[in-house]
Structure formats: structure tokens, C-alpha cells
Design a binder for this molecule. Structure first.
Ligand SMILES: NC(=O)c1ccc[n+]([C@@H]2O[C@H](COP(=O)([O-])OP(=O)(O)OC[C@H]3O[C@@H](n4cnc5c(N)ncnc54)[C@H](O)[C@@H]3O)[C@@H](O)[C@H]2O)c1
Length: 296
């Protein structure tokens, strides 16, 4: 997607943080935005603020959606299409930090909450919009929010969060190959950013144990979070340039390189038989399968 002017973007988890900054960038570029969040009052307040920005050049509406509930995801899509007549981009951004604890002490309810929002919520929203974008047949874009934790540093005490974000990376890379040509997709991997994510526990639904304080995760002065305004404009620019991986923050590069270098070194040390590797390359199998399917 090279131009967002007069397009319509739905952004989940847009009442705060990264989603809100993406919305600000889009509305300044003439893109109508659907501010979606778990509570309507927050989403409506943000939509009103965006609409009132002096440099806003499009409209903002609010639609509540808890991404852990598939019926609400369908209702979000129905309402967005009903209001604007078309939707051209999904920013699949809603996510929670499920608190910090050693993996062996992680409570089942926190693990399930992290996965229900960060993975299943992301997956279900992505699939709902993919089906509709496919049917609509016009150029569309999906931006899935993962994290630097998905591509590099598996941060200690955040096993559930890390695993849920790695799962987003896993399926987004696959979907990239399956999507019809008119739908592009990207993976947003921010570094540590100053947002409300450390307070996610305040919104934890009763089904996952109810609200809980989560502020314990940060020790003042340990690390300087990136300003949230480093994310929105960078993300939109990279989508326009056709990037799949979107990295707003340089610090994440070192984390990814460390892991990639370790993987390369392990192959180097363990594998010397290089003669017939192509015969075992599973990409051939999948390429043939996709060609056969496309011929049908
Ligand atoms: N802040 C960071 O350091 C950082 C780093 C990497 C990735 N991320 C990811 O960026 C995304 C945005 O997070 P953020 O940092 O802006 O956090 P944030 O808490 O400021 O914003 C997240 C928003 O998601 C909403 N939300 C929570 N549960 C929801 C649900 N079930 N349905 C719909 N909305 C829900 C919250 O109400 C909130 O408005 C998340 O996916 C997060 O994992 C954040």
C-alpha cells in the first residue's frame, strides 16, 4: 500500500500507546480510522481527540471490540464496512503484557490471557479481515504487531508474552506466502516503548482472573524506553515501501543479530555434509503444493 489518503484503517487496541500513534499518523495522512479497543468509552474519547487535531484530514470513529471474542471481531468488521463502505487496512495491534514471573511460577490464567489476546485475538482478527479483503478484491494491507521478543531476545520472566509473540511471527510469515496478490502483510516488531502496557493487568477480564497490578515489571532507571512517537510514522513509511519486517528501534537489531549469529554458528559447527541438501529442502514440497493448488 503506497498511499493511505482516502483509505480506511481499522486499528485494534488503539485507545493507547502504539495503536494510538499509528492512528494519529494515518489521520494526518488523510486516512479514515476506526479506533477500536476493549472499552467503548476509551475508544470514543480517543476518536474524538483525533478528530479534533488541527492537522487531522480524515475522520475517526470508535467501535468497541474485545479481540478475545470472535463475535465481537465479526461485529467490528461489520460495523466498519457498514460505516465506510470499504476497509483497506488492518492494524492488528491489541496486546497485553501479562506480568513478569519466572516461567515455572507463571500462573495458568496469565499464560492463557497472554495467548488469548496476543495470539488468538491477533489470529482471529487477521483471518476475519483476510476473508473480507479477499472478497473485496482491492489493494489491502494487514500489519500484525509482534515484538522484538519475537525476533531476538527471549526476555526472562516473560515466557508467556515471548511465546505468544513468537506465535504471531510464525503464522504471519506463513500467511505472507498464502495471501492473494492484492493483500500485503507486515510484521511490526517494536522495542521497549513507553506506553500503558505495564498496566495491562488493570484490564484483565474476570475470565482470566480479573484485574491485577502489574507495575512491578519495571525498575526505574534500568532501561530508557523509546518514545511512542517513534513508532507510528516509521511503520506507515515502511508499509509504503513494501517492507515485511518493520523495526522502529535500533536496539532490537542487536538482539536479533545475536540469535541469528548463534544459529549460524551452530549450523557451521554441526553440519558439514552439504552435497545433497537441496533434495531435502522442504520449500520444494510446499512450492509444488501451492502451484498444484493454484492450478485448480
Ligand atoms: N510497549 C512496548 O514496549 C511494546 C514492545 C513490543 C510490542 N508491543 C506490542 O504493541 C502492541 C500495543 O501495545 P502498547 O505497548 O501500545 O500497549 P498499551 O497498553 O498502551 O495499548 C494496548 C491497547 O490494547 C487494548 N487491549 C487490551 N486487551 C484488549 C482486548 N482483549 N481487546 C482489545 N483491546 C485490548 C488496551 O486497552 C490498550 O488500549 C501490543 O501488541 C504489544 O504487545 C509493545
Amino acid at each position: 500500500m503506497q498511499d493511505f489518503k482516502d483509505k480506511v484503517a481499522v486499528i485494534t487496541g488503539a485507545a493507547n500507546g502504539i495503536g494510538l500513534d499509528i492512528a494519529k499518523t494515518l489521520i494526518r495522512q488523510g486516512c479514515h480510522v476506526v479506533i477500536s479497543d476493549i472499552h467503548l468509552t476509551d475508544a470514543q474519547a480517543r476518536a474524538d481527540q483525533l478528530q479534533a487535531m488541527p492537522d487531522a484530514s480524515a475522520s475517526a470513529i470508535a467501535i468497541a471490540c474485545d479481540v478475545t471474542d470472535v463475535t465481537q471481531i465479526t461485529a467490528l468488521a461489520d460495523a466498519a464496512w457498514a460505516h465506510f463502505g470499504h476497509v483497506d487496512a488492518l492494524f492488528n495491534n491489541a496486546g497485553v503484557g501479562a506480568g513478569m514471573s519466572p516461567a515455572v511460577k507463571t500462573k495458568d490464567e496469565d499464560l492463557r490471557w497472554a495467548f488469548e489476546v496476543n495470539f488468538f485475538g491477533n489470529w482471529n482478527t487477521c483471518m476475519e479481515f483476510t476473508r473480507r479483503f479477499t472478497k473485496q478484491g482491492t489493494p489491502a494491507h494487514i500489519c500484525n504487531t509482534a515484538s522484538e521478543n519475537a525476533i531476538g531476545w527471549p526476555a526472562p520472566y516473560m515466557a508467556g508474552y515471548n511465546a505468544s509473540k513468537a506465535a504471531v511471527l510464525g503464522y504471519t510469515g506463513m500467511l505472507r506466502m498464502e495471501l492473494p496478490e492484492h493483500i500485503s502483510i507486515s510484521l511490526l516488531c517494536p522495542g521497549w516503548t513507553q506506553t500503558e502496557i505495564a498496566n495491562s493487568g488493570a484490564l484483565r477480564p474476570e475470565a482470566f482472573g480479573g484485574p491485577k497490578p502489574v507495575r512491578e515489571m519495571l525498575i526505574e532507571g534500568d532501561v530508557t524506553p523509546y518514545d511512542v512517537e517513534t513508532v507510528g510514522a516509521h511503520t506507515i513509511e515502511q508499509i509504503k515501501q513494501g517492507s515485511f519486517y518493520i523495526f522502529p528501534h535500533y536496539a532490537a537489531r542487536h538482539l536479533a543479530e545475536e540469535r541469528n549469529n548463534e544459529i549460524s554458528a551452530a549450523f557451521e559447527a554441526q553440519q558439514t555434509d552439504v552435497d545433497d541438501w537441496q533434495a531435502h529442502d522442504t520449500r520444494t514440497f510446499f512450492a509444488n503444493m501451492m502451484t498444484a493448488k493454484n492450478k485448480k
